[in-house]
Design a protein around this ligand. Structure first.
Ligand code: XMP
Length: 504
């Protein structure tokens, strides 16, 4: 069978003058094509596994200055995916973050945080006010006896007594059975003028239904990506070999497991991908990182659904400088797309390409998708958002947030194992630490990227679907003068726009 990809002499210095040329984003420019489409006639849904469909092709990277649970929740609400970072020793910290995303919106909340009836009122106050739980089922001897919400808490008095004294007893609470439909639940809430329903199967407490979740799903975040229980989807990164953490994450309802390694071509990563696939046949697995056709094929053979693609392209990466190894990002995406296409021809199994790193403008993400990516993972672009971990602060007169590579000295000291951490004497960093401009809520960033993608696809190229846009556009190579011409020029002072802050 004819494979799409035919490597030439990439692996040898013997044919020095015959080497392949690998291009990246700035080397090419998509050429305008005739089109009859309007931006509204465009769909940007995309799949990253047979099971998981996103409403926008953007994913936030598993980096400790990019994706904690707030970012993951916001990404899923706005149609994408957030991959929660890992760190060395504390599986439970990551697990709590995944649980927080899965808990944040639901249909029936099956395992709500509960409180025992004999706990002090001050403890209920702490959970409801400080931790933000909207209400707590109250349990006594393993049975649900009532419910406590903000309304039950003493507002201007000191909290005294136990939860039993202030709870609304089960008999006064509106209850439904687990087979209730969404429409029935909405009309019960309307009739009874309540915001929550407790779900009982006979005497057995099954969970609760919260009006805010239904409102979020239908009105506030209709573009959100949710699982079959209407919980937001979450991704999490794990180190090769960490079977225990995978088990904990899967039990917590994880939707996408990201096997997170600097070189996915290493035997440990390939073997781990195969072991996880054998243990969890239906789990959506993203594995990587690789940047070549062969690297991708190894991980696809091992059972990965999607391939995280990119070595050394990231804003904070120094791998190419320190190790002399990597691949220009557009070429890496092209090779991995070729592998995914050949894999389906040979094995009948569809697989997906995640372009990871190196995006500086929405135009780069658009080129990544045109080169064959199903989705674009970004660290730097999302790191300045309100929802990334850490606070914004002033630095040289500008509002900024911290960004660091997971292979930076600081990240390695704090337990990142993705790069060079097994060095005995010195930390062998493959990344840097820095600051980025604060950009406000991530929703604005996603809207800029979605809007640019839809406009490029419809007004400039003429493709209404991501599938058609992959390898759909024509392009030319451009020279450095061509690239310079493409940036604003000959302007005394540029006022920053939300989607362009000067030459990066
Ligand atoms: P961007 O450009 O979107 O890239 O910030 C995000 C991706 O960069 C990778 N990454 C690193 N690569 N050293 C590296 O060589 C590092 O310290 C480092 N930290 C992150 C990673 O693939 C991420 O998704």
């Amino acid at each position: 069978m004819a494979r799409k990809f035919a490597p030439k002499y990439r692996y040898s210095f013997e044919n020095m003058y015959d080497l392949d040329v690998a291009l990246t984003f700035d080397d090419i420019i998509l050429t305008p094509q005739s089109s009859k489409l309007q931006p509204g006639e465009c769909g940007i849904t995309t799949k990253i596994s047979d099971k998981i469909q996103l409403n926008t092709p953007f994913i936030s990277a598993p980096m400790d200055t990019v994706t904690g649970f707030r970012m993951a929740k916001a990404m899923a609400r706005h149609g994408g995916l957030g991959v929660i970072y890992r760190n060395k020793s504390n599986a439970h910290e990551q697990l709590d973050q995944v649980k927080a995303v899965k808990r944040s919106e639901n249909w029936i909340i099956r395992d709500p945080v509960i409180i025992e009836a004999d706990k002090p009122v001050s403890y209920a106050q702490e959970l409801i006010i400080d931790k933000g739980y909207s209400g707590l089922p109250v349990f006594e001897n393993g049975e649900c006896k009532g419910f406590v919400t903000m309304r039950d808490l003493p507002e201007f008095r000191k909290a005294t007594g136990t939860v039993r004294d202030i709870m609304t007893p089960r008999s006064k609470f509106v209850t439904v059975t687990p087979d209730v439909t969404e429409e029935e639940a909405i009309s019960r809430m309307g009739e009874e003028k309540v915001e929550k329903l407790l779900v009982f199967d006979g005497e057995q407490f099954e969970g609760m239904i919260v009006k805010k979740d239904i409102r979020n799903r239908r009105k506030v975040y209709p573009n959100g990506v949710r699982d079959e229980n209407q919980s937001l989807i979450a991704g999490a990164a794990v180190a090769p070999g960490d079977h225990n953490r995978v088990e904990l994450l899967v039990d917590a309802g994880l939707d996408v497991l990201v096997i997170d390694a600097a070189n996915g071509g290493h035997i440990d990563v390939v073997n781990f991908t195969r072991e996880i696939r054998d243990s969890y046949p239906t789990l959506s697995i993203m594995s990587g990182n690789v940047a070549t056709y062969e690297g991708a094929m190894d991980l696809l053979d091992a059972g990965a659904d999607s391939i995280r693609t990119g070595i050394g392209a990231g804003a904070t990466c120094t791998t190419r400088m320190v190790m002399g190894v990597g691949m220009p990002q557009l070429a890496a995406i092209y090779e991995v797309r070729c592998a995914a296409d050949d894999f389906i021809e040979e094995n009948g199994k569809k697989s997906y390409v995640i372009a990871d790193g190196g995006i500086r403008y929405s135009g780069d993400a658009i080129k990544a998708i045109a080169a064959g990516a199903d989705a674009s993972m970004m660290g730097n672009i999302f790191s300045g958002a309100k929802e990334s971990p850490g606070e914004a602060y002033y630095h040289q007169g500008q509002l900024v947030k911290d960004l660091r590579g997971m292979g930076s000295e600081g990240a390695i000291k704090d337990g990142s194992l993705r790069y060079g951490a097994d060095q005995k004497r010195r930390i062998l960093a493959e990344g840097i630490e820095g600051v980025v401009r604060y950009k406000g809520p991530v929703q604005g960033i996603i809207e800029d990227y979605d809007g640019a993608l839809m406009t490029a696809m419809t007004k400039y190229i003429g493709n209404g679907k991501i599938k058609d846009f992959q390898w759909g556009p024509t392009f030319v190579r451009q020279t450095l003068p061509g690239l310079i011409e493409g940036h604003p020029h000959d302007i005394l002072s540029i006022k920053e726009a939300s989607n362009y802050q000067g030459r990066q």
